[in-house]
Design a protein around this ligand. Structure first.
Ligand code: AMP
Length: 281
């Protein structure tokens, strides 16, 4: 496995694959890796000839300075995990390498209603930062396939929309959520939960699963109300729980209309913000 901190070295390395028409897969991450990240690496290894992972805690997607500061950083462990997984190259740039002064990295794409609900509502500016870093990293790596987790479902739709709007030659592939034994979706932020809160946080997945049962019994808004009510527990502060159309992210009017349905939720527990979702249909 090769480690690159500079764009020039990475590009040279990738050229040897590209010149032989070998497909390049790319998995962008913010580090503090876990099995969820590794599942994306494995998916890339299975369907491309060269897998590049990146580790970059992107400052422009954090809407709170304290969250950026507290974000876990475990580079040595991350590199060992990527090496063991069989990743071909890791890109670990400095902020100056990604955002050199004088380079306009803003992304002129209208995300419309996709960026407004849920994460867009509670984390203003977050998706502008995500689109900016993903576009910049795609420009640097030039992958044939980009692997994104269903865990950040809205982010996946935003990136897919951007790739289509800008006619990027990169296929955006969604990978299923990897969970801890308790059902809690794996997340770098879980490291900041103590053992007690980690256990307690599993309630989110249990309630997501319950909505699958409530679907047949109650209308969508009532299911959302019941879910939020059940999440109101000591030490837990739910932010949203929404049943949305899986393509438009708009609230579903009923369960019978065509199209996919995704239950998406966010909550705070012990000072940590967690998100999760379940594809219901
Ligand atoms: P992050 O390092 O949190 O920016 O995540 C990097 C990528 O890993 C994103 O595409 C996430 O959606 C994905 N990811 C994060 N957690 C999981 C998980 N539990 N299962 C699958 N993919 C995940």
């Amino acid at each position: 496995m090769y480690l690159f901190k500079k764009i020039s070295g990475l590009r040279l390395f990738l050229e040897s694959y590209r010149s032989k028409n070998r497909a390049i897969g790319f998995v962008p991450t913010m580090g503090a890796l876990h099995e969820g990240h590794l599942s994306l690496i494995k998916q890339s290894l299975d369907s491309t000839q060269c897998t590049v992972g990146s580790i970059f805690v992107n400052p422009t997607q954090f809407n709170e300075a304290a969250d950026l500061e507290k974000y876990p950083r475990t580079p040595a462990k991350d590199l060992a995990m990527l090496y063991k997984a069989g990743c071909h190259a890791v890109f670990m740039p400095s902020p100056e390498e990604v955002y050199p002064s004088g380079l306009d990295t803003s992304v002129a794409v209208d995300f419309g209603a996709l960026a407004q609900p849920m994460e867009g509502r509670f984390r203003p500016g977050h998706f502008e930062g995500v689109a900016q870093v993903v576009k910049r990293l795609i420009d640097i790596v030039g992958p044939d396939k980009l692997f994104m987790g269903q865990k950040d479902y809205q982010q996946y739709l935003i990136v897919r929309h951007m790739a289509q709007a800008l006619s990027l030659p990169t296929e955006v592939v969604m990978s299923p959520i990897v969970r801890e034994k308790s059902g809690l979706a794996m997340s770098s932020r879980n490291e900041r939960l103590g053992p007690e809160n980690r256990e307690k946080a599993a309630v989110l997945f249990r309630i997501l699963q319950k909505t699958a049962q409530w679907m047949g019994q109650y209308p969508p808004r009532e299911v959302e109300r019941k879910a939020l009510q059940e999440l109101q527990q000591p030490g837990i502060e739910p932010e949203y729980f929404e049943l949305v159309d899986g393509s438009s992210l708009q609230p579903i009017p009923d369960f019978e209309s065509p199209g996919s349905i995704v239950a998406c939720a966010a909550l705070w527990i012990g000072g940590v913000r967690l998100i999760d979702n379940l594809i219901l249909k």
